[in-house]
Design a protein around this ligand. Structure first.
Ligand code: MLT
Length: 325
């Protein structure tokens, strides 16, 4: 073997030995799982379920960090800049796709600056209002919104968020313009809805079903073609003849670009065991959310899902007249 090949062989062997040592030693300290929306919302709830399940699999504590604001881009940028060693993770949903179209100077690229670990959940959304909203059923809600759109305040978690997308689709489907009120997450939005400071919110079920059942807010419709498992008496919006509002929100887990493959494989394995964990599946189902299958909890599935959302939803926002920041 000539000197060049020998040197290359040694270099590659040392690199592989280094990677192997990294993976063998990982994880040896606390990990951080970023949730770039405020505490108390659906993203926060789902992140805490998976942090709890994955720390059992990995044998190290996982701390959830809520760095909220600017539609999740502040927390996401922080993970993009983190050391790619497997100890900084990001749990995020559709806004990882939409923010690319919503922010001209995004400080990261959703694909180039991240390693997909796998998908985690998927779930429906529901249209809820303050308790004294003046409509006795879905048909009256549709008529009232069509007649009073600009006078109605519509809460969401920032441009490109799931609640913002659902709100846009609802306004487009009802051919009406409402008054947008952005929050750092739908946790704080729900607090204002229960207090009567804001009128309408379209949110994921993990945060909304409990206050609906407790009589603190009203649910008028599932934002799609099927009723919700947790609220079987609430009609689907399609039952009122409203077309064009059918949304499902999926969360996925990422690490910064450059995280070693053996480390990513361990994180994917821990995620796959978590989505198969009966306790995780039961906790999510109680909130009307589904854990994905182990096959979907893989990098390829998350990469494909993100590409599909980037190809479709960014344009939807632009067509809806949302001006990029
Ligand atoms: C959203 O996109 O509406 C967010 O998921 C809300 C949240 O998690 O706080």
């Amino acid at each position: 073997m000539n000197a060049f090949l020998r040197r290359t062989f040694v270099a590659v062997s040392l690199a592989l030995a280094g990677l192997h040592a990294v993976a063998q030693d990982f994880p040896n300290r606390t990990l951080t799982m970023m949730m770039p929306y405020a505490p108390g919302g659906p993203g926060d709830t789902i992140t805490r379920v998976f942090a709890g399940a994955m720390q059992k699999q990995l044998g190290q504590q996982i701390v959830v960090e809520n760095t909220a604001g600017a539609s999740g881009t502040i927390g996401t940028a922080k993970v993009a800049r983190s050391k790619p060693d497997g100890y900084s993770l990001l749990m995020i949903h559709v806004s990882h796709a939409t923010n690319q179209a919503m922010f001209k100077n995004l400080p990261y690229h959703p694909v180039d600056d991240f390693e997909p670990i796998g998908r985690a959940t998927s779930g429906p959304m529901v249209i809820v209002t303050r308790n004294d909203f003046p409509a006795k059923d879905l048909n009256e809600f549709v008529s009232y919104v069509k007649a009073n759109g600009p006078k109605i305040s519509l809460a969401h978690a920032g441009v490109g968020s799931a609640s913002h997308l659902c709100g846009l689709m609802m306004q487009s489907a009802l051919n009406v313009q409402m008054n947008d009120i952005p929050y750092k997450g739908t946790g704080p939005a729900l607090t204002d809805l229960m207090g009567g400071q804001v009128d309408v919110l379209c949110d994921q079920t993990s945060g909304t079903v409990p206050p609906v059942k407790a009589g603190k807010i009203k649910a008028y419709a599932a934002a799609g073609k099927s009723r919700l498992s947790g609220l079987p008496d609430v009609p689907a919006i399609s039952e009122a003849g409203v077309q064009g509002l059918d949304i499902n929100i999926s969360f996925g887990l990422y690490a910064p670009k450059g995280t070693p493959k053996p480390v990513l494989d361990q994180l994917t394995a821990a995620l796959q065991k978590s989505v198969s964990d009966p306790e995780v599946r039961q906790r999510l189902e109680a909130m009307g959310i589904s854990a994905v299958t182990p096959d979907q909890a893989r990098p390829e599935a998350l990469r494909a899902h993100l590409k599909n959302e980037m190809d479709t939803l960014g344009n939807l926002l632009i067509k809806a007249g949302v001006k990029p920041n």
